[in-house]
Design a binder for this molecule. Structure first.
Ligand SMILES: NC(=O)c1ccc[n+]([C@@H]2O[C@H](COP(=O)([O-])OP(=O)(O)OC[C@H]3O[C@@H](n4cnc5c(N)ncnc54)[C@H](OP(=O)(O)O)[C@@H]3O)[C@@H](O)[C@H]2O)c1
Length: 244
């Protein structure tokens, strides 16, 4: 396997319009990568595209609802037409719901969370697996500490779906390493992003002090992407030092 030098590689980032996806896209661009930016809000993606270009990368805005499986194939086709294929994936699109206990959860919310956090991850990998093999690609799945160890309160659908993302990454690593594909199950603790607005009690500014920043996680994404081809970062757990 060749060294994973970043310049020119095509990285498809989902959830790229904000938070960790945005930070990872801009950080990856600094190495001269070409970044395909997906999410539902085209205006947010256009703004990230400006930041990607300013950081030294190329950007392609590919609006996408990752729960629409046919749309994933169409988005992949557009990236392939433009740049010839996808070399690496950073999968950051995610969903939770404030109604997350046995008292108040709704099964339609449950299905949406699983569709976004788990099925979409599998679907994007499935759509690109031939590209990833050809490119000796890296898949970085932004999961959660709730996918690393049981975390009461994270939400039943959320914790179950993120835990399953860990299984998906392990399976990729076992089944696809001979094809040059590797995966990282990246498990952040609290990160100060818009995502926290989906909590039953939204943390205020004081509660957000000391949380991770999206850039803290982006550094870890780059570590996985930049690691030499014979190195696999199976799992990374990143938490604020104050986490109990
Ligand atoms: N913040 C935390 O404390 C924390 C901790 C651990 C793990 N995480 C995980 O980190 C990931 C990134 O979250 P974040 O904290 O950076 O929050 P964020 O800024 O809210 O990012 C989530 C992104 O997912 C996109 N998204 C949601 N549903 C989508 C869909 N159906 N199709 C396409 N894109 C979709 C959103 O964009 P659009 O709305 O434009 O589609 C948004 O840009 C998530 O997977 C989350 O589970 C977060």
């Amino acid at each position: 396997m060749s060294e994973q030098s970043g310049a020119g590689r095509v990285v498809w980032v989902t959830g790229a319009g904000s938070g960790m996806g945005r930070a990872a896209a801009v950080a990856a661009a600094a190495g001269g990568r070409r970044i395909a930016l997906s999410g539902r809000r085209a205006d947010a993606l256009e703004s990230v595209a400006d930041d990607v270009r300013a950081a030294g990368g190329e950007a392609l805005v590919v609006p996408l609802d990752v729960t629409d499986i046919a749309a994933i194939d169409a988005a992949h086709a557009r990236i392939a037409e433009t740049w010839g294929g996808v070399d690496d994936l950073v999968l950051s699109a995610g969903l939770n719901t404030p109604r997350r206990t046995w008292e108040n959860q709704r099964i339609d919310d449950f299905q949406s969370v699983v569709a976004t956090n788990l099925t979409a991850v599998a679907a994007v990998v499935q759509a690109t697996i031939a590209d990833l093999r050809r490119a000796h690609g890296t898949v970085v799945a932004i999961s959660s500490v709730a996918g690393w160890a049981f975390k009461p309160g994270a939400g039943i659908a959320y914790a179950a779906s993120k835990t399953a993302v860990g299984v998906l990454c392990r399976d990729l690593n076992v089944a696809e390493w001979q094809n040059g594909v590797r995966a990282t199950h990246l498990c952040p603790g609290d990160v100060d992003t818009d995502f926290l607005s989906m909590r039953p009690e939204v943390p205020d500014a004081a509660n957000r002090e000391g949380m991770l920043s999206p850039d803290d996680v982006a550094r870890a994404v780059l570590f996985a992407l930049d690691s030499p081809a014979h190195v696999r970062i199976d799992e990374l757990v990143i938490t604020p030092t104050h986490l109990r």
